[in-house]
Design a protein around this ligand. Structure first.
Ligand code: FES
Length: 260
């Protein structure tokens, strides 16, 4: 804005629309999710209501989990100093979302006003982008993408387990089965729409014509990628709703309607 050679425009910006609305909505949405998920992650209880497991607590990597699938999935972390087991596994989806290209844009704008919106100057006097510590660490996003695949696979397994009755017999369905199914579908759609996924599938190819399978996959991922922002929000909402649903069942506030 104040660089030499530019016209000396005294106004901070020349936008006349309500540019602050998306920023405020993003701020409110992210704060709401951060508040809710922090409470649930530290609660360490009410995350299993047979046959449903909250996506915040799966897989269980500590020994101090409720006996969801007969105990811990992998007791890699011992008793985890009696802390909530969600604090281990949430590192992966949290890292994935925190370093996501879309969320970066969202929280840079919403929390740091860097910049607050297109063509609105930021209040900071200098700008180094993501070239220095700590923001240079955003480059590890692709590794979080690799880790997001097994986590989404385990959540898919949880959905399959949700098609049992509370006694563990297969071939049953309740409202919770559908809630978890919608959630995992949105999580897969968000994960596969990732920019790193698109690059992995179709990047570094000189000739698409010589790689018809990868070209087809790239086209498919590209279509999802165009909706990455929408999928980021939908999957964020759905994972919170799925956890809330399990919480309501586990705490006894609600009874799962069973269809068959
Ligand atoms: Fe958003 Fe990879 S860019 S999840």
């Amino acid at each position: 804005m104040h660089t030499p050679g530019r016209a000396a425009v005294p106004a901070r910006h020349l936008r006349v629309d309500r540019w602050w609305v998306p920023r405020t909505a993003t701020l409110v949405g992210l704060l709401a999710f951060i508040g809710y998920s922090t409470w649930r992650a530290f609660e360490g209880a009410n995350y299993y209501a047979a046959p449903y497991v909250s996506p915040f607590y799966s897989p269980c990597l500590a020994n101090n989990c409720e006996p969801m699938r007969g105990g811990a999935d992998w007791g890699l972390f011992g008793d985890w100093w009696r802390l909530s087991p969600a604090l281990i596994v949430l590192i992966f989806p949290l890292g994935f979302r925190l370093t996501c290209y879309y969320y970066r844009k969202a929280y840079y704008r919403a929390f740091w006003a860097s910049p607050p919106a297109c063509a609105v100057a930021e209040p900071h006097s200098s700008y180094s982008g993501e070239t220095r510590f700590p923001l240079i660490l955003q480059n590890i996003h692709r590794y979080f993408f690799y880790l997001a695949i097994p986590v989404a696979s385990i959540l898919t397994y949880d959905v399959a387990l949700g098609f049992r009755n509370p006694a563990g017999e297969w071939g049953h369905m309740g409202l919770g089965s559908l809630v978890l199914l919608v959630n995992v579908t949105l999580i897969w759609a968000y994960t596969l729409s990732c920019h790193s996924c698109r690059h992995l599938v179709g990047g570094r190819l000189r000739h698409f014509s010589r790689h018809p399978v990868r070209y087809r996959a790239w086209q498919w991922v590209s279509r999802l990628n165009a909706r990455h922002m929408l999928l980021a929000w939908l999957s964020l909402a759905s994972v919170g709703i799925a956890d809330l649903y399990v919480y309501l069942l586990a705490s006894g506030a609600f009874t799962d309607p069973r269809f068959f």
